[in-house]
Write a protein that binds this ligand. Structure first.
Ligand SMILES: C[S@@+](CC[C@H](N)C(=O)[O-])C[C@H]1O[C@@H](n2cnc3c(N)ncnc32)[C@H](O)[C@@H]1O
Length: 247
């Protein structure tokens, strides 16, 4: 066995020795104590864990390249029927980079960003302000746990979620999809992207939950949705999968 292959093994699929052997095991131990010993909600754990990093996140530079990598999102949404008077939920909005393109297309107040990370949302709000989009033109909610309470009294014509559902295990995603069904207007649609299969090993190594299209369709059916699969043309990074759910 060569030195190179030993180092490759130590770095693991995430290509980081410190992540593979220190950060990830520590996180898993804390998560295990939280979910198994204390029997608390895993999304609540992630939300609290994310909040610990908020200070660093607030300082994060959002480069022009990062923001411009999302320019195709609005053409995709419009091609699929997004209208200026649609109520739009961007689930897992992170730094609101979809909002940058979608908010100006919508009537004021109709875009809502949701994420477990308040830090990311706040950093995104600062970025939007710098682009002339003031805070009163959209709303945001912070997801605290898998009860999804902040969404419950809201209604949307569109629910869009890019690169988020693999952060949830099947149980959490089932509850999330049931919430989507409850808050979706009549005739509304849900578009969720999901990773390509070749990313499975990396995502699993990071503690995420890649799943097959069949599994996703089955979870969506249990939540009351009919699903069609498509190729997502809204990313500048190449084609991804997207599931389009309707009642
Ligand atoms: C890869 S980023 C997605 C970025 C964003 N959708 C975009 O296209 O720019 C994943 C985001 O999902 C958020 N997230 C992870 N688990 C979540 C959950 N259960 N509910 C809501 N957001 C979650 C993370 O905090 C992170 O901001």
């Amino acid at each position: 066995m060569s030195i190179q292959s030993i180092v490759g093994h130590l770095r693991g699929p995430t290509k980081s020795i410190s992540y593979q052997w220190v950060k990830r095991p520590m996180l898993l131990i804390r998560q295990w104590c939280w979910t198994k010993l204390l029997r608390r909600d895993r999304i609540e754990f992630l939300a609290k864990n994310t909040a610990r990093a908020d200070q660093a996140v607030m300082e994060q530079p959002l480069t022009a390249a990062y923001l411009e990598s999302n320019t195709r999102v609005l053409p995709y949404l419009i091609a699929n029927g997004l209208k200026p008077n649609d109520r739009f939920l961007d689930y897992g909005c992170a730094f609101l980079r979809t909002g940058l393109y979608v908010i100006p297309h919508l009537e004021d107040g109709l875009y809502c960003g949701a994420d477990i990370s308040m830090g990311r949302i706040e950093r995104g709000a600062r970025m939007l302000e710098e682009h002339g989009i003031s805070r009163d033109r959209y709303s945001v909610v912070v997801i605290e746990d898998s009860k999804f309470r902040p969404l419950q009294n809201l209604k949307f014509d569109w629910i869009f979620s890019n690169s988020v559902i693999h952060f949830m295990d099947d149980d959490e995603l089932s509850r999330c999809l049931a919430t989507f069904n409850a808050i979706l207007s009549k005739g509304g649609q849900v578009h969720v992207t999901f990773p390509r299969q070749e990313q499975d090993a990396l995502l699993t190594a990071k503690g995420q939950f890649p799943r097959t299209a069949e599994r996703l369709i089955s979870l969506a059916a249990n939540a009351g949705f009919r699903t069609t699969l498509d190729t997502y043309k809204g990313s500048n990074f190449g084609d991804h999968h997207i599931a389009v759910m309707t009642r």
